[in-house]
Design a protein around this ligand. Structure first.
Ligand code: 5GP
Length: 194
């Protein structure tokens, strides 16, 4: 069960960055409610067990911070940082910039990501982490943009499905900005460098 976001909400005009945002795709209250539901679902699914949340830096940071506070089973957090390079071919190459510090063998691992787009990043990450022999390995993703998928990735836990738009906010950036917005918005064309 996840939400299909097609609506356009106005941008709260008092927000200092409002003039750079075309429209709001997911308002803060809806994000907060959905993250609460995801945390409750994870708590039920892993009742009596411990989970290791592996956040993908930097974008998953606010999502993970909110999600973990709605998980009621024992929870350990760790982070990876990845960089992806669009090579000369259509296949992007993903590299680790930071690995996890926790051993994953025999543990229930949930990768927490901001958005899945082509799927290349999560596909690579899952392949790599599965070699560490976790007891289980799942994905919890705030946003899915299925239109541009290149490899199959199916998050077990998903917040929202969105159309093919470049979004910012709630951890997601454009040139390192807008991560601090508490809503998810679509950037105005004028705010994108030519
Ligand atoms: P994928 O490997 O699935 O194509 O891309 C995943 C990564 O691309 C995300 O973690 C995110 O950093 C970036 N990305 C993909 N779509 C968007 C988008 O609409 N907005 C932002 N800010 N980043 C995106």
């Amino acid at each position: 069960m996840h939400f299909d976001c097609q609506e356009r909400y106005p941008v709260a005009s008092q927000h200092p960055l409002a003039h750079n945002i075309d429209y709001t795709l997911v308002p803060h209250e809806i994000i907060a409610q959905r993250i609460r539901e995801l945390g409750e679902t994870i708590s039920r699914d892993y009742a009596g067990q411990e989970v290791v949340l592996v956040g993908v830096l930097k974008g998953a940071m606010p999502f993970l911070a909110d999600l973990m506070r709605h998980i009621s089973v024992p929870t350990v957090i760790d982070f990876v940082a990845l960089s992806s390079y669009a090579g000369t071919s259509s296949t992007g190459v993903v590299r680790f910039q930071k690995d996890v510090e926790e051993p994953l063998e025999g543990r229930h691992v949930i990768v927490v990501e901001d958005i899945v787009d082509t799927g290349l990043t999560l596909h690579y990450l899952l392949q790599t982490l599965s070699l560490r022999n976790p007891k289980s390995l799942e994905i919890c993703c705030l946003v899915d943009k299925p239109a541009r998928r290149k490899v199959q990735v199916s998050p077990k836990y998903l917040g929202f499905t969105i159309p093919d738009r470049f979004i910012v906010g709630f951890g997601m950036d454009y040139e390192e900005h807008y991560r601090n917005l508490d809503f998810i918005g679509v950037l105005a064309p004028a705010a994108i460098a030519p």
